[in-house]
Each structure stands twice: as C-alpha cells, then as structure tokens.
Design a protein around this ligand. Structure first.
Ligand SMILES: CC(C)(COP(=O)(O)OP(=O)(O)OC[C@H]1O[C@@H](n2cnc3c(N)ncnc32)[C@H](O)[C@@H]1OP(=O)(O)O)[C@@H](O)C(=O)NCCC(=O)NCCS
Length: 188
C-alpha cells in the first residue's frame, strides 16, 4: 500500500451468524489473506471476472483502499468479510444495487481451502435477512453464470428459488454464457 489511507469511521455493521463465523467489516490485516486465497485457483476469477487472477499486490492495495474507506451509510453497495471465530478472513459477501424499500443483489466468494463447509449458504442467508430488516428489502436477487453448480447449491441452501434464465447474457474470455436469476422474498 502506498501512502496513508483514511479509514472510514462508518464501516458496515458486524452481522453475527453462528459459532463458526460472522460477517464483519474488512481489516487492513486481511490483505495477506486476500492475496493468499485469491491466488490459489483461477476459479474465483472465472466466476467473478471483476476479481483478477493472478491477484497482485497492486490488486490487493486497490481493494483494501476501496473497502476500508467506503462509508456504509447512504451507499448503494456494502461488503462484508466472512470471518471465522479465530479472526481469519476466509471470504467475502456483499450487497449491490441496494434499493431501500425494494430490492438488493447479493454476491459472494469463499477461499478454496474452506470450500465444502457450507459457510457461504449460511452467510448469504444471514446477509439477505439483514438486508430485509436494515433496508426494508422485499426481495434479494442473485445471479449465477451457467455451469456454476456450487454457487447454485449455495443459493438453494440459502432458501433462494430459481426464477429465470437470460440466454447468452454475458461474455467471459470470448465465450457467451447464460445467466440464471434467483430470488428470495421476504415472505419466504
Ligand atoms: C460458490 C462458492 C462460494 C461455494 O463455496 P463452498 O464453500 O464450496 O460452498 P458449500 O460448502 O455450500 O458447498 C457447495 C455445495 O455445492 C455442491 N457442489 C459441489 N460441486 C458441485 C457441482 N459441480 N455442481 C453442483 N453442486 C456442487 C456441494 O456438494 C455442496 O452442496 P451440499 O452441501 O448440498 O453437499 C465457492 O465455490 C466460490 O467461491 N466460488 C467462486 C466464486 C463464485 O462462484 N461466487 C459466486 C458467484 S455467483
């Protein structure tokens, strides 16, 4: 990181989930974990093209600067660190396009070393219920690219229902993919 950064005094609130992990604001000390986790496999970049692979020191600096300075109040997006009870940062989940009284979109990634523990589904469920309370959202949406069976399962376990497929909706590395939309409604 070059130069000092002024940390926001308005970080995201911590969302307790269970004994294994919680959703917390990012910390400067998480930078090393990001570098490690996001360089293990190109799969995270494959499904989330905005996260580069390889993930460089400069990428980590840019992300930490953004996440540590962004105010929570009034923003239409917010990002939480998935943090084990030990304090270790093992992934992220976020809300995008927050429309108060209406809708928000959820997204997530998990460090490959921790795949298979069922953490993302519980994180997505907790964050979605939080958004319904905090922002009065009636619906939470999520999208997955065709072929991302793990992510589809995460959404199903979080209580989301499949809604629609948009055909050839996105291009990644020169190839077109269908995108599947999922929803979780406040009544459900
Ligand atoms: C998607 C992701 C968060 C899942 O993390 P995870 O820790 O493995 O999640 P879980 O522990 O819930 O396990 C995944 C589930 O998918 C199942 N699964 C694994 N491979 C699968 C496949 N190819 N097809 C369908 N289901 C699969 C597992 O059996 C498990 O379900 P189960 O608990 O019913 O047995 C993680 O793989 C990831 O970060 N991927 C890259 C980023 C990404 O895709 N983000 C979402 C963008 S929409």
């Amino acid at each position: 990181m070059t130069g000092p950064i002024e940390l926001t005094d308005d970080p995201v609130p911590t969302i307790p989930v269970d004994d294994e992990f919680s959703l917390t604001p990012a910390r400067w000390e998480d930078r090393a974990a990001h570098l490690e986790h996001l360089n293990v496999s190109p799969l995270i970049h494959h499904y989330l093209a905005s996260i580069p692979y390889p993930y460089t020191e400069a990428d980590a600096d840019e992300w930490m600067r953004e996440i540590l300075t962004r105010p929570y109040t009034g923003c239409d997006e917010a990002d939480w660190t998935i943090r084990l009870a030990s304090g270790e940062a093992v992934g992220e989940c976020w809300l995008l396009s927050i429309l108060r009284g209406n809708r928000a979109e959820v997204g997530y990634w998990m460090a490959p070393a921790y795949w298979g523990r069922g953490i993302p589904g519980r994180a997505v469920r907790a964050l979605s219920l939080f958004a319904m309370r905090e922002f009065d959202c009636r619906k939470i949406v999520a999208t997955i690219r065709d072929g991302n069976g793990r992510s589809r399962r995460v959404l199903e376990k979080a209580g989301f229902a499949f809604e629609a497929t948009l055909r050839s909706h996105t291009v990644h590395e020169g190839r077109s993919y269908d995108v599947h939309y999922f929803g979780l409604w406040r009544e459900s």
